[in-house]
Write a protein that binds this ligand. Structure first.
Ligand code: 26V
Length: 840
């Protein structure tokens, strides 16, 4: 605030502030010029870090820089928060157990348009922005697609000026750091907070108590009505940490609020009074365990008590925070749906449904039916999977012990729901069993997807094919009784991080051609389409790709010690390691190429040179996935050390694939591998990032691949493999993988080579389990798709040989992928599900 009562916004300039706001707005952004920046940066270094420039470590410099950049966003953030409280606008409450944010500094610089000023200002201090940005440990508070999607969505909502609070968990340890020891994955803790994060703002004054266990009692209220009260056994405190979510150069900053668990004083005291100091300290640790670590499984629920504690913990904090802190304590909750719509990011936050009912019925004393009406208007559910084993089912015994009141509420919701089903389908008890929220077999369990579907206004899948399969195969009974509940919103990715920031060279080329409007209106990329026919533009596009490859080759040399050539086609498969994603199919391709040369069937000079890059973390308890990692590393080391293959075939598997590595890898790729078995990948979002950065896709008819292919055109996409109905037929017939092995000589040779120990120093035992799994089980039909995959790869080689035609296709991929902006996804959610408005 300056003397005249102005808030200076570095982007929009001065703005008049009404007097009643002035007290709130004691914040003023530093001047957005080089001198203003340098002054502020040195002030942060001296007074914030307590060091002189001469003695500052790189970490001091980074922290001071981050704090300085924060200042530029602060005025807008406070304004957004004040507005939220003041104006009766409807907000989105995004409930997600995961946010895979990636580095914050680059994003903040981009949003606030400070890159130029900061580069110059740091140079004046003798420092380089590139060195400082490397200091940041990315907050890896997610496993993969689902967590990264949440991060893209909150970015887009801020850019669209839609009020949103993202709610989640501040894990002290995010996704593990992957290392390789003798080619095997070894997990290390992710200590992202070790040096402190300058991007978080703790707000202990807004802490929320959260209770667990105990029992319930009924009693008669003052007004004579019978009520239930929960007498919990223990509790913890949730301390919120706020993070800025800046919109792209629009003056909007939304909030991400992550909860950290702390022991309650009351809890400590009871044990301290018992005299056992050590027990008391241990109890404190016990409470703090709740937000200690992100569970690294992303497909097989372990049914672990701590995970249920995590889920309830963050959801209880978040609902109470919104209902009683963001809104006034005396807000008329019958009007709650006018102010909030909660999006359930998969089933992880679904315990919010009975929690909302508990708050409305037990705490706010609303009649059950009215509370249920409100609840149903406040929640919507997004499903992110098709694997039956990934659907969460909580054992009744566990849920009832940990959350006795919630279990009662779920039981009543179920009873009323099943009464409705019986009324609609008299006598169909099979249907009642199939639909019940509480299952009887194999043990009594609460099916969280059923609870979410019953309680939600809308249920959506994340790509067209996925939404269709969700309706027809995962929740068919529900879609029969409530067809209008089901909808699709195809995923998207933020063009700010994944094109503008990650690929500055291509961004520059695009902007030069069509202006910079595409950054917030990605459909504008269509204007590039005519340039695909322009030979000089194609040549420049190829130069950009080459420069990006060289950037990657340098990074992999420094980071992982790889010596890779820049020229070959760069073929990339990066995603979590899972059998359904079929990294093993990619491996069989590589082994076949290797075998063709090693056996002399094909001369090395006849092969289209390629560098294969893998990036993949396996869940620590997923044995087959870890064996596959070992095999990839073994094949990589054999291929890379064969002098005959120098410049022809190389395989790189940099450890610890994360958002930061993706930002260098994706822009360099020529070929994007999206080869899941049809009907298994809900959407995929890496597929979108690659296509947007001008890689061509080799892929199955699965997830969002279907839509990518439709948009970019079938000539610019390498399709192969069984279609989803064919997969279903083959399964029904009884799939026999060994029959494919017997009938395809090259497949047989590839598997035999692995089995014989060609990649394990002659030891046939090392990879026997992987081979045997493929030969005898092959749940995801890699062998059935092998020949089609190799044929498609041959088409890729032929296409790549014509570099000019290839660049034309690549440019068309960029031009036609505007649809995959998460801004569009957010507009779809707004139109079909949320019905919220942006604020001016
Ligand atoms: C699932 C589970 C299951 C219980 C154990 C813990 C846990 C943790 C995370 C998850 C999430 C798995 C679901 C997921 O990440 N799905 C991915 O979502 C992406 C965004 O919609 C989508 O693009 C991918 O296709 C889908 O696999």
């Amino acid at each position: 605030m300056d003397d005249q009562g102005y808030v200076i916004d570095p982007v929009k300039g001065p703005r008049s502030v009404p007097t009643h706001e002035r007290a709130l707005e004691a914040v003023r952004a530093p001047a957005a010029d080089v001198d203003g920046f340098v002054r502020e940066f040195l002030r942060e270094l001296n007074f914030g870090q307590g060091v002189s420039l001469a003695r500052a470590t790189v970490n001091d410099q980074y922290l001071a820089l981050a704090r300085t950049v924060r200042h530029y966003l602060m005025a807008r953030w406070l304004e957004a928060i004040a507005h939220q409280r003041r104006e009766p606008v409807k907000a989105v409450g995004y409930l997600s157990a995961e946010y895979l944010l990636g580095r914050q500094l680059d994003n903040a610089l981009l949003a606030a348009d400070l890159e130029g000023v900061v580069t110059d200002g740091l140079a004046q201090c003798g420092l380089s922005l590139d060195t400082l940005r490397e200091q940041e440990e990315e907050p890896g508070l997610g496993n993969g697609g689902l967590g990264r999607l949440a991060a893209c969505f909150i970015d887009s909502l801020a850019t669209l000026s839609v009020p949103c609070i993202g709610y989640g968990i501040r894990y002290e340890y995010g996704i593990f750091r992957q290392t390789f020891v003798d080619g095997r994955q070894v997990e290390q803790p992710d200590t992202w907070l070790a040096l402190g994060s300058p991007w978080e703002f703790p707000h202990p004054e807004s802490s929320q108590p959260v209770n667990f266990a105990g029992h319930t009692e009924t009693f008669v209220d003052d007004d004579g009505s019978e009520r239930t009260r929960w007498v919990p056994e223990w509790g913890v405190i949730g301390v919120p940490y706020n993070y800025m979510v800046p919109g792209y150069r629009n003056g909007r900053v939304n909030t991400l609020r992550l909860w950290s668990a702390q022991a309650t004083k009351a809890f400590d005291l009871s044990i301290f009074n018992g005299g056992d100091y050590v027990d008391a300290v241990r109890a404190q640790t016990f409470a703090e365990n709740i937000s200690k670590v992100l569970y690294p499984e992303d497909s097989t629920p372990q049914g672990k008590e701590l995970r249920l504690q995590q889920q309830y913990f963050f959801v209880a904090c978040s609902l109470a925070d919104f209902m009683f802190e963001v809104l006034d304590k005396d807000f008329d909750l019958t009007r709650l749906p006018e102010r909030i719509v909660f999006q359930l990011n998969d089933t992880h936050p679904v315990i919010a449904v009975p929690e909302m009912m508990r708050l409305l019925v037990d705490v706010k004393k609303l009649p059950w039916d009215q509370a249920w009406e409100i609840t149903r208007q406040c929640f919507n559910y997004t499903c992110h999977t098709l694997l039956p084993e990934a659907l969460e089912v909580w054992p009744v015994d566990l849920l009832r012990r940990l959350l006795p009141r919630h279990y009662e509420i779920i039981d009543r919701i179920n009873a009323e729901f099943l009464a409705d089903v019986r009324a609609r389908f008299p006598g169909d008890e099979m249907m009642v069993r199939r639909m019940s929220i509480i299952s009887d077999y194999p043990e009594r369990g609460v099916r969280m997807a059923h609870l979410a579907t019953v309680a939600s206004g809308r249920v959506n899948g994340v790509a067209e094919l996925h939404s269709q399969l969700l309706r027809d195969k995962v929740l068919p009974d529900f879609s029969r009784i409530w067809p209008e509940k089901f909808t699709n919103v195809t995923n998207g990715v933020t063009p700010r991080r994944f094109l503008r920031h990650a690929n500055p060279s291509l961004s520059g080329l695009i902007t030069e051609a069509i202006g910079d409007g595409w950054v917030t209106d990605l459909d504008k990329l269509q204007e590039l389409e005519p340039l695909a026919g322009d030979a000089s533009f194609r040549a420049r596009f190829r130069e950009v790709k080459r420069a990006n490859k060289s950037r990657l080759v340098n990074l992999l040399r420094e980071r992982d010690g790889y010596e890779l050539p820049v020229e070959p086609m760069l073929d990339v498969m990066v995603k979590r390691l899972h059998e359904y994603k079929r990294q093993s199919l990619k491996l069989l391709h590589i082994v076949t190429l290797y075998d063709r040369i090693a056996s002399g069937r094909v001369a090395a000079s006849q092969i289209q040179p390629r560098t294969f890059v893998f990036g993949a973390k396996a869940a620590p308890g997923y044995w087959m996935a870890k064996e596959t990692i070992h095999l990839i590393n073994a094949v990589a080391s054999t291929v890379n050390s064969d002098p005959a293959l120098e410049g022809v075939l190389h395989v790189a598997f940099p450890a610890n694939y994360n958002v930061t590595l993706a930002e260098t890898l994706i822009p360099a790729a020529d070929l994007s591998e999206q080869i899941s078995l049809a009907g298994k990948e809900a959407s995929g979002t890496g597929n979108m990032k690659f296509a947007l950065n001008g890689a061509l896709t080799i892929g199955t008819d699965d997830g969002a691949n279907v839509e990518i292919r439709r948009l970019v055109g079938e000539d610019n996409f390498f399709l192969f493999g069984l279609l989803e109905p064919e997969v279903a037929d083959l399964s029904a017939q009884g799939y026999v993988p060994s029959s494919f092995y017997e009938s395809d000589d090259e497949l047989k040779r590839a598997l035999d080579l692995i089995a014989a120990g060609a990649f394990s120093g002659g030891n046939p035992d090392t990879f026997a389990p992987v081979v045997s799994n493929l030969l005898h089980e092959d749940r995801f039909m890699a062998l059935a798709d092998y020949r089609a995959y190799l044929d498609a790869q041959a088409r890729v080689d032929a296409a790549y040989a014509d570099q000019d035609a290839w660049s034309r296709s690549a440019i068309l991929n960029v031009a036609r992928c505007g649809f995959f902006s998460s801004d569009r996804s957010m507009r779809d959610y707004i139109d079909r599900i949320w019905h919220t408005d942006p604020v001016s």
